[in-house]
Ligand binder design. Structure first.
Ligand SMILES: Cc1cc2nc3c(=O)[nH]c(=O)nc-3n(C[C@H](O)[C@H](O)[C@H](O)COP(=O)(O)OP(=O)(O)OC[C@H]3O[C@@H](n4cnc5c(N)ncnc54)[C@H](O)[C@@H]3O)c2cc1C
Length: 335
């Protein structure tokens, strides 16, 4: 089996290519190098635990896609998500965490050591951390995928402030869509609400508040045909039911037709998931399987933010150290 490629931009990993042969048993295997996985790695390597972070692509997580972050504590200037991630990964690699670019296809979580099966081979570890995020959605509108993080967003809390005095569109008819439309009125000059059906699937009081808001224009049911723009969103092309196509000149399109989809397909039923597919954990971020932890957006968290993902990593990192040292005390001959 071949040596896996280092995750681009990681210092130190070129010298010591990680072998996907399963020969080395790591203390900690982390799937996902977003803020959750990287923060976990900072805590586990600093606790003296050998740590490998496996990520399918440096630019594929939620933070990596984000063009502007202004809400991360200690980083007052507006940075791109990619830059913030690079700093986090450099910090973890500087302490000794290893990073490798590889996609996890399946896992064996009940075995000892636990195994990750990947495109390149396999990795074995005493503990596993799942930090794969919730970008498992499929982009359905033409232009949506190209413009994610460039005006297409799924989070008004994250990106609303970048739409100050601009016109934006909100696509959806769920409580989340309506709440987000209301939130956007704090910044946007006008919010076009584009429901896919002629009824709102939300409490009456919330619907009334939205429909009566002076900054919100609720359109009749529309099909969203395309998000327009090259480097940034410049408009959205819609087909109102029973009317001819038109283009709305907006700089932001907030889409709430699917919700987030946690990336858990590779688990193949080995962990307890909620009905919506997110991973259930205890206070220490341990899952239903001892020694398997989960952090960040893949959890059933209400608020998906980089700082919360990083905090999860701190909690799990410290719990892993306790978990492994307790096991070592119980099994002194354990190697
Ligand atoms: C458009 C947008 C704007 C945002 N703006 C902000 C903001 O301004 N402020 C803020 O705090 N938060 C913001 N967020 C939210 C923030 O980005 C997320 O909460 C955070 O990135 C979650 O971190 P995570 O590590 O859990 O997941 P992610 O950042 O999604 O990272 C998951 C990692 O797992 C890897 N992965 C997935 N599956 C596999 C697999 N099978 N094998 C190997 N690797 C795998 C991915 O490649 C990825 O690198 C924004 C999100 C979006 C989408």
């Amino acid at each position: 089996m071949s040596a896996s490629r280092p995750l681009s931009g990681e210092p130190g990993t070129d010298d010591t290519p990680v072998q996907a042969t399963g020969e080395q048993i790591y203390d900690v295997l982390i799937i996902g190098a977003g803020p959750a996985g990287t923060s976990t790695a900072i805590y586990t390597v600093r606790a003296g635990l050998s740590t490998l972070v496996v990520d399918k692509g440096a630019a594929s997580g939620a933070l990596a896609l984000t063009t502007k972050i202004a809400s991360y504590p200690g980083v007052p200037e507006t940075v791109t998500g990619a830059e913030l991630l690079r700093r986090m990964r450099d910090q973890a690699a500087g302490f000794g965490a290893q990073f490798v670019q590889d996609r996890v296809l399946s896992v064996e979580l009940d075995s000892d050591p636990k195994v990750l099966w990947t495109t390149e081979g396999l990795y074995r570890g005493r503990t596993v951390v799942i930090a794969t995020g919730s970008m498992g959605r499929t982009q359905t509108v033409p232009g949506e995928e190209r413009l994610v993080g460039r005006g297409v967003s799924y989070c008004a809390t994250c990106d609303g402030a970048f739409c100050k005095d601009e016109e934006v569109a909100v696509v959806g008819n769920t409580p989340e869509a309506l709440e987000e439309a209301l939130l956007l009125t704090r910044w946007a000059s006008r919010v076009h609400l584009l429901p896919p059906a002629d009824t709102f699937r939300a409490p009456t009081a919330l619907v009334t508040e939205v429909l009566e808001h002076s900054k919100i224009e609720a359109h009749p049911p529309v099909r969203v045909l395309e998000v327009l723009g090259e480097q940034a969103v410049s408009g959205v092309r819609v087909a109102p039911r029973g009317d001819s196509e038109r283009t709305l000149a907006v700089t932001g399109v907030f889409i709430y037709t699917q919700g987030n989809r946690p990336i858990t397909d590779f688990l193949k039923g080995q962990l307890a998931l909620s009905e919506s597919g997110c991973i259930e954990v205890d206070e220490s971020r341990q899952t239903s399987v001892p020694g398997v932890f989960a952090v960040g957006d893949v959890l059933c968290t209400h608020l998906r933010q980089a700082v919360i993902a990083a905090a999860d990593g701190a909690i799990a990192g410290m719990a892993i150290e306790r978990h492994l040292s307790r096991r070592e005390r119980l099994r002194p001959d354990w190697s």
